[in-house]
Write a protein that binds this ligand. Structure first.
Ligand SMILES: [Fe+2]
Length: 177
């Protein structure tokens, strides 16, 4: 599927810090953050989780990895591999391009993307700066005992479908206790 093809082309997937487990955590965070938001685009949030760190070349200083991720998203879209409209692609590319530049956003989708990433900073023993959180829910404690879902579960939750493709209520679809 398109997701697995994008993942295979990543330069950063194997990182213990910025790799695939972190991406799924960002996806879970982002969908949780989006629940109370009006107008948050959960498919864009899902794709941000998948792609934002996918072009990292190292786990240290790599200030161009966000812009590279934005370019990668554009390439995937041009190849017909990203199921998004041009406005969604623009939002996704903006969120990826700027995600390490210390901004906040009033756009619910972009805000959820950036907060979802920042809420995973404690994995590297950094407490997120409350002044750099865009969404109200990001100031709440993350759900405890949460299991990080697999990609299929995240995608189903992001698109309001079951993993078999049938339509379901647009609930998170994964366990957040
Ligand atoms: Fe990240």
């Amino acid at each position: 599927m398109w997701g697995s093809r994008s993942i295979r082309r990543s330069t950063g997937i194997d990182s213990q810090i910025h790799g695939e487990y972190h991406w799924r955590t960002v996806g879970a965070n982002g969908l949780w953050l989006a629940e109370p938001l009006d107008g948050a685009d959960t498919l864009v949030i899902f794709l941000f989780a998948l792609l934002h760190d996918s072009m990292r070349e190292n786990d240290g200083r790599d200030p161009q990895h966000g812009p590279r991720a934005a370019v990668f998203a554009g390439e995937l879209h041009a190849e017909g591999l990203l199921p998004v409209t041009p406005p969604q692609l623009e939002l996704l590319q903006h969120a990826c391009h700027e995600h390490t530049n210390g901004f906040i956003s009033t756009d619910p989708t972009v805000g959820a993307c950036w907060d979802a990433d920042r809420l995973d900073l404690p994995r590297v023993w950094i407490t997120p700066d409350p002044a750099l959180l865009s969404t109200a829910r990001a100031h709440e404690a993350l759900p405890e005992h949460r299991r990080v879902p697999d990609w299929e579960t995240l995608y189903a939750a992001a698109t309001g479908t079951t993993s078999s493709g049938a339509s379901s209520a647009a609930e998170t679809g994964f366990e957040i206790k």
